[in-house]
Design a protein around this ligand. Sequence first.
Ligand SMILES: [Zn+2]
Ligand SMILES: [Zn+2]
Length: 231
Amino acid sequence: MASELLWPTRCVSCDMPGELLCEDCRANMPWISQRWACPVCGAPFGWLTCTACDGSWEPRATVCGLGFGQIPSQMVACLKDGHELRLAPVNAAVMACALEEAAAWPARDGKPRFDAESTDALCFVPATSEAVVRRGFDHMGLVAEELSAIINVPLADVLVRGEAQDQRDLSKQERAKNLAGTVGVIDDVSGLNLLLVDDVVTTGASMREATRALLARGAASVTCCGLTRVW
Ligand SMILES: [Zn+2]
Ligand SMILES: [Zn+2]
């Protein structure tokens, strides 16, 4: 393909020409062992006692695929800010792997952390409308579409987000305040068991806010899945 000659595909993490994620980087992905992860917030090694959450998070379980580091942060940034849309199915595949592994381990309610059969729909934490206009797409919408096809759970594009300041420079308290009331649910979700996805889970503020909005509109349960967990 002419475009491959002009702009050869390079590894998003180490810049090696050839593939979007080179063999080395694929072999060095910082997978979170679901067995030892916190069932509530998805933090690695938090299964017994978790210092990243107080066990009071609203989602019935949180499953995250990767710990944070160079590779996951590039997988997120190159899709979102680098417009490398071919990463959407790659990121979705990572999340599908994590969910499959997590299905073998119990959530705090004793049921599997994930079960596709009993999940009615998949929704995603939306970008702000300003960010969607700037980028021309909602990156998590693209990932959610791919994930929906892999795990065979229908997509429900039910969340909208108002304007909130960029989260990156804010403290934990400021993040929660910044987001309070900014997520809206635009369709009926009553009685549904939902899977909610996002890219980076840091304090969990965005995901918890979206979960609260879904539960307030009558969702039966919300299970969360993040691509990567910063803790
Ligand atoms: Zn690489
Ligand atoms: Zn935790």
